[in-house]
Design a protein around this ligand. Structure first.
Ligand code: F58
Length: 797
């Protein structure tokens, strides 16, 4: 099943052949773009072998398949990752060098596929890669958005959004499948006929498939990521066109294409928009139809579906999967409702990624009834059935309440397993989110702590550290990350620590150059690189970080000759376009940066760096260069986090709260190698009961008062002194995320960070222990957990 061994000559010939015959370019006149395309096609050719072999085996052995339904796949660049997985990275670089081309430069010009907002979308991408690596037959189903997550730039320190357009260039990784297309209906009416419900949609669009093969480590297995593009059922109205009404003639096309036009950039707030519901149903219906078609190719009894099909709902966005599957089983295949519901449940699993009430999807019954009248009936019936089966269900619990469909409850009731994404989060899903449903269905909620793929996030992103690891413990850790523990005895060797520190230092030096090029700011690679990269949200508390930055600046100015540890505060991340408070914090960080970075009294002691447009590629650049990982959410709010795992794996120490997977990271790496601060999830609940909590916290801390005073006075906004009155006012009066309550312990722990960093060798020991003990957080482990506890599926390898 392994990819064919490939000689340099063959690879060279393949690239030149694609340059000539696919791109139509002469090597003498080919641009970077042409070379990259030719290389990408040559690499894709090598994926096709394992891909076909995997598909054939799955059919021949009648293997169960996993269908991972997700509105987001935050893939990033593919070229280098695929090349590394095929073991062709060095060979490709050599071949290109002979042609005067630089592999890294070409790979760096590939646009990021940003078909996701943040952690949820990136998790889906890591899981696709891990399913291919561990040999789990799987399809990912998503939407082929024409425009992924918006591009961010700063104007006067404020976020400005622009459309992202990854598809303006040719996408060499996908295969268009016009023959795999399904009709998706909306609106219309349902009529009862002979005890049967017949839905006649009033609008239809076509979902057309685009397949991207996803190859695992060493090319042993490959799966398919199938993204759906929306196309009109009726292409274009010729009669109208002939009448001269050109815009109207193109209307059906425009309408249909709107559905896959753009990714919703909301990462935590849910807005009941009709187009979003249509997108969700578009993905879900296309996926379910495709699943049934594939099953019926070599099976006839739909009662056997759960033996061959596991469907995972990535959050509630594809939660119409239950109703849609039941609709097709009953209305199209004549199975009785109860039996259909049981079949669906045996197939379905639901992953919850959030407890934030504002993120939980609820659709008005009016909207669902209007867009999906038949599904609304099915949802009502599922709710009644659930009540009938569970007569003790409290009156306030249910799928449909107060004229709203609660998608969490719908997903819970239609799935046989519900999972949280870290140990703490899964406990909170049981105790706070679904306590009644958990009581009625003990054992349904399970935990699968998130993981990240070590191929992209260590091997590819951090070649310096990867080489050291391979030199020290030998090859193979990439697919057996627990083996990193073998590093531990070596950490006691001074020589190893020197080499470990040198790898980090090299990454920091390269990143310093990159920071200079992208932001114009000069930073010293000897300073402590303190990194907070993630979406902007109040609960993630970038505000707490910048308050501490201001405090540090204040200390330096008060005592310029003190023993300060030089730091570079690095921020990265986007705010949802409509999230005014998060955007204000972005503005503040940039304003604070302007003042600090231009303060001659500060010099190299403190810099604030915030490069615009944080994305997967920027993460790959910044994470290997980090010394300190900021994971400072209000306890109980961050479901898991995955950036926390990537940073620690790359030898950053964490300063963090007991939230999400931080709890398990700390258990693994050891409390002495983790900077803990802040209230626990339980203490947070307690503290909020004191309505004066912020006033108490602020009056107890002179440092916090000084910092708030500086902001309020306009020290960072001299041209508009009242710019941040809102920020300060909210901290005094509406500090829901307890920034003020955690401030003192955070600042104190940052002091501990400084003390530890001063002993460079001790810091390196702790950093290396982080790397050595992070094996558990491989997404291979997570996927094996899903396979065993949720999907009941074996590896094909
Ligand atoms: C994230 N959720 C969690 N949602 O916040 C994070 O703790 C977790 O590690 C990660 O999922 C993976 O489990 C998240 O990224 C979104 O981006 C959604 C996008 C669509 C609307 C609702 C939120």
């Amino acid at each position: 099943m392994t990819a064919q061994p490939l000689s340099k000559d063959v690879l060279r010939a393949d690239i030149l052949r694609h340059l000539t015959y696919t791109l139509g370019k002469d090597a003498d006149h080919a641009s970077h773009y042409d070379w990259r395309m030719a290389l990408s096609f040559a690499i894709r050719d090598r994926i096709v072998g394992p891909w076909f072999a995997s598909t054939r085996r799955t059919w021949a052995e009648e293997r169960k398949r996993v269908y991972y339904l997700s509105m987001e796949f935050l893939i990033g660049r593919i070229l280098e990752d695929a090349t590394i997985n095929l073991g062709l990275r060095d060979m490709a670089a050599e071949v290109l060098a002979e042609a005067g081309q630089d592999f890294a430069v070409l790979a760096g010009e590939e646009p990021d596929a940003a078909l996701g907002n943040g952690g949820l979308g990136r998790l889906a991408a890591c899981y696709m890669e891990s399913m291919a690596t561990v040999g789990c037959p799987a399809y990912g189903y998503g939407i082929r958005y024409e425009h992924g997550l918006f591009r961010q730039r700063f104007e006067g320190g404020q976020q400005v959004e622009a459309a992202e357009d990854w598809l303006t260039q040719r996408n060499p990784w996908e295969f268009e499948r016009p023959e795999s297309a399904y009709t998706i209906g909306f609106k219309g009416e349902v009529v009862e006929k002979g005890g049967k419900s017949l839905w006649t949609p009033g609008e239809t669009v076509i979902a057309s498939a685009y397949d991207t093969p996803v190859v695992g480590w060493q090319g042993q297995w490959a799966n398919t990521l199938r993204l759906w593009g929306a196309k009109p059922t009726q292409l274009f109205d010729l009669a109208r066109f002939n009448r001269g009404d050109y815009t109207a003639a193109a209307e059906p096309e425009t309408l249909a294409r709107t559905i896959s036009r753009v990714l919703y950039p909301e990462d935590t707030t849910y807005q009941g928009k009709e187009l979003r519901l249509k997108q969700e149903f578009f993905l879900t219906s296309a996926a379910i139809q495709d699943i049934l078609r594939r099953f019926l190719k070599n099976h006839s009894d739909l009662r056997d579906l759960p033996k061959h099909v596991a469907i995972q709902m990535n959050d509630t966005h594809p939660a119409l999967a239950g109703p849609e599957l039941i609709r097709l089983l009953t209305d199209a295949h004549g199975i009785a409702f109860d039996e259909a519901a049981d079949i669906a449940q045996a197939c379905l699993g639901y992953t919850n990624h959030t407890l934030l009430p504002e993120a939980l999807e609820r659709w008005s019954t009016w909207l669902v009834g209007n867009i999906l009248p038949r599904h609304m009936e099915i949802i009502e019936r599922l709710d009644q059935r659930h009540l009938a089966q569970n007569p003790t269900r409290p009156h306030y619990v249910g799928i449909v309440k107060h004229h709203e469909v609660r998608m969490g409850e719908l997903a819970f009731v239609t799935a046989h397993r519900v999972n949280g994404v870290s140990a703490l989060h899964s406990d909170l899903v049981k105790d706070r989110l679904f306590p009644e449903l958990n009581a009625l269905h003990p054992g349904r909620i399970v935990n699968q702590t998130n993981g990240v793929t070590p191929r992209r996030w260590l091997r590819m992103a951090n070649p310096a550290l990867s080489s050291l690891i391979t030199e020290t413990i030998g090859a193979g850790w990439e697919s057996d990350l627990d083996r990193l523990r073998e590093l531990e005895p070596h950490i006691e060797d001074k020589g190893f620590r020197v080499a470990f520190a040198a790898a980090k230092r090299a990454n920091k030096a390269a990143t310093s150059n990159w920071i200079k090029d992208t932001t114009g700011i000069t930073v010293s690679p000897d300073a402590l690189f303190d990194v907070q990269v993630k979406r902007f949200h109040e609960y993630k508390r970038q505000l707490l970080n910048i308050l501490q930055t201001i405090d540090e600046w204040h200390q330096i100015r008060e005592n310029p000759n003190g023993n300060h540890v030089p730091r570079v505060k690095i921020f990265g991340g986007k705010a949802a376009p409509g999230y005014a408070v998060a955007k204000e914090i972005i503005h503040l960080i940039n304003d604070v940066g302007t003042v600090i970075n231009n303060d001659p009294k500060v010099g190299d002691l403190l810099k604030v760096v915030y490069p615009a447009n944080y994305n997967v590629s920027m993460a790959e650049r910044l994470i290997p260069a980090a010394d300190l990982s900021e994971q400072i959410s209000t306890a109980g709010k961050e479901a898991s986090g995955t950036g926390n795992m990537k940073l620690s794996l790359n030898g950053a120490l964490t300063i963090g709260t007991l939230d999400g997977a931080n709890v398990e990271i700390r258990d693994e790496v050891g409390a002495e190698n983790f900077f803990l601060f802040g209230l626990t999830a339980e203490e947070v609940v307690e503290r909020r009961k004191d309505v004066e909590h912020a006033r108490h916290a602020i009056t107890a801390s002179q440092s916090l008062q000084d910092v708030l005073q500086m902001i309020a006075e306009g020290r960072f906004s001299p041209t508009q002194r009242d710019r941040y009155h809102g920020v300060v006012d909210r901290l005094w009066n509406h500090d829901y995320f307890l920034v003020t309550s955690d401030y003192a312990s955070y600042v104190a722990e940052q002091g501990e960070v400084d003390r530890t960093y001063r002993d460079a060798d001790d810091w390196t020991r702790k950093a290396a222990l982080n790397t050595a003990r992070m094996g558990y957080f491989s997404s291979d482990r997570a996927i094996r957990g899903y396979m065993k506890d949720i999907w009941d599926i074996g590896s094909a390898l």
